[in-house]
Design a protein around this ligand. Structure first.
Ligand SMILES: NC(=O)c1ccc[n+]([C@@H]2O[C@H](COP(=O)([O-])OP(=O)(O)OC[C@H]3O[C@@H](n4cnc5c(N)ncnc54)[C@H](O)[C@@H]3O)[C@@H](O)[C@H]2O)c1
Length: 360
């Protein structure tokens, strides 16, 4: 008999650290989805559903594994009694998204019997969560009329603002932003609300967005806001105290970090660090960086609250606590001589390892 190849662990190695990965398909509606549960150590996994046309299935798997792991860290650091999970639906939402497909997806979520709660992410919206809620109750991010909390940018922006106040306390010995100058890149749902918080706190604001219509919406509400001509103009402007990325990922790269005039970076965009090592470049330049997944956790705090019958004041109170966690992270970073991004990871890993979320 010919020698059979030695059993390879490579396939399972790919899932190292993940508790469970589920493939879901429904030929009638065209659903092809992957649900990844990274950890339920702190409670049921919570994380959004990304609907995206991936170049191939392997890319979708890589994405959902990385995203679900990131949710474990985010939920742990936010002090939520939730583990990390995420789902991807494969395909272009503009051409294949139907109510039948979303209902089939809801059945797949339901089959996990509450080990995974879903929510909105890139390519899925509050209205989609309402459709999904027809076939599963394990769904958050629904509309207010359907027992949900609506647009999660409400508390995302508040959390980023609280992170900014903590950075100011750490950097300048006072969390009073009066007279500070804040550069906000990306004034969509989160960025626009953030402009309002920052102005209300007595700071001045300069903005940039690739979409002129988004800028005009902000100017209509706040005529005193300055507008930069380009992202590079915003980043390099003299006199900026805080730079706040609120558009897409990768805002902090070799060039932008070298050009930054601000001594604090705190924004809501996901994955701001363009590549490993940027966090050290920021630290080397003496710039206090508030880890993105910590300060933008107001959104997941908001949707998590839906599981208990949404109470805006309760969710707002927990979001206000992002101030304390950010200060803890910045102080730990100083004490250990490591960048805040690493300090945040350590804190999250310790919570996951002990099974204590910080809310226990
Ligand atoms: N909405 C939430 O609750 C939430 C929660 C956590 C994290 N985030 C993250 O925050 C960021 C903003 O989310 P949002 O809901 O406000 O999205 P959004 O689509 O409403 O707004 C994004 C804005 O960024 C602008 N933009 C895109 N590319 C840009 C560029 N290169 N330079 C400057 N502006 C650019 C867009 O024109 C748009 O106005 C995203 O990274 C998102 O993943 C959002």
């Amino acid at each position: 008999m010919a020698d059979s190849p030695a059993p390879s662990l490579q396939f399972f190695d790919r899932f190292a650290g993940h508790e469970q990965v589920v493939l879901a398909s429904d030929p009638d509606s065209g659903l092809r989805a992957i649900i990844a549960l990274h950890s339920t150590a702190l409670g049921p996994a919570l994380g959004g559903t990304r609907f995206h046309a991936y170049p191939d299935d392997a890319a979708a798997l890589d994405d959902v594994l990385a995203l679900s792991r990131a949710m474990s860290y985010k939920n742990a650091l936010a002090g939520l009694p939730h583990g990390g999970g995420k789902a991807v639906i494969l395909g272009d939402p503009r051409s294949i998204k139907t109510e039948a497909l979303l209902e089939a997806y809801g059945r797949a979520v339901d089959s996990l019997a509450g080990r995974y709660y879903t929510a909105c992410d890139v390519g899925t919206f509050v209205a989609d969560m309402d459709v999904i809620s027809r076939t599963t109750s394990y769904v958050t991010g629904r509309s207010e009329g359907n027992g949900g909390s609506g647009d999660s940018s409400l508390l995302t922006a508040l959390g980023v603002f609280r992170g900014m106040q903590a950075c100011a306390q750490h950097r300048w010995g006072s969390d009073d932003l009066t007279g500070r100058r804040v550069a906000i890149s990306g004034v969509g749902k989160v960025g626009h609300r953030l402009v309002t918080h920052v102005l209300d706190a007595g700071a001045s604001v300069v903005i940039f967005d690739v979409d002129r219509a988004a800028i005009d919406v902000v100017l209509a509400a706040h005529p005193d806001v300055d507008v930069a001509a380009t992202e590079a103009d915003l980043v390099g402007r003299p006199g900026i105290d805080i730079y706040s990325p609120n558009a897409l990922g990768g805002a902090l790269n070799d060039d932008s970090v070298a050009a930054l005039g601000a001594s604090v970076v705190c924004g809501g965009a996901n994955n701001q660090l363009a590549h490993p090592g940027v966090e050290q470049q920021l630290a080397d330049r003496g710039i206090a960086y508030a880890p993105d997944y910590l300060v933008n956790s107001g959104g997941v705090i908001q949707v998590a609250d839906e599981m208990h019958g949404f109470d805006l004041e309760r969710a707002r109170a927990r979001t206000m606590g992002i101030y304390d966690i950010t200060l803890d992270v910045l102080r730990l970073a100083d004490a250990e001589g490591i960048p805040p991004a690493q300090a945040a990871d350590r804190l999250a890993e310790a919570r996951i390892a002990t099974g204590l979320s910080g809310s226990d």
